[in-house]
Design a protein. Structure first.
Length: 86
């Protein structure tokens, strides 16, 4: 979730030429636009949830390939050497 805090609420740029003649209506549109932005982020997270645990990531071919690629890159750059546990 995004913390809004003490930021000043402003209408999105695309609403700058939108005239309703009703200040209350304008405020409602601003509130809806802010709400809609949050819904877009929520929908993205629901559709594309990142794994929370290693086990979840290991079940996904996409994440296994990403892990293999990262380890390969680290080894090629001599960032560390894989050793046996003591």
């Amino acid at each position: 979730s995004t913390a809004i805090g003490n930021r000043t609420k402003r209408a999105p740029v695309w609403m700058s030429d939108y005239v309703t003649g009703n200040a209350n209506e304008d405020e409602e549109l601003v509130q809806f636009a802010l709400y809609a932005d949050g819904l877009v982020q929520y929908a993205f997270n629901v559709i594309n949830p990142d794994p929370v645990t290693y086990e979840e990531a290991a079940r996904s071919e996409y994440w296994r390939q990403a892990m293999d690629s990262e380890i390969s890159s680290i080894q090629k750059n001599d960032t560390w050497v894989l050793t046996d546990l003591p």
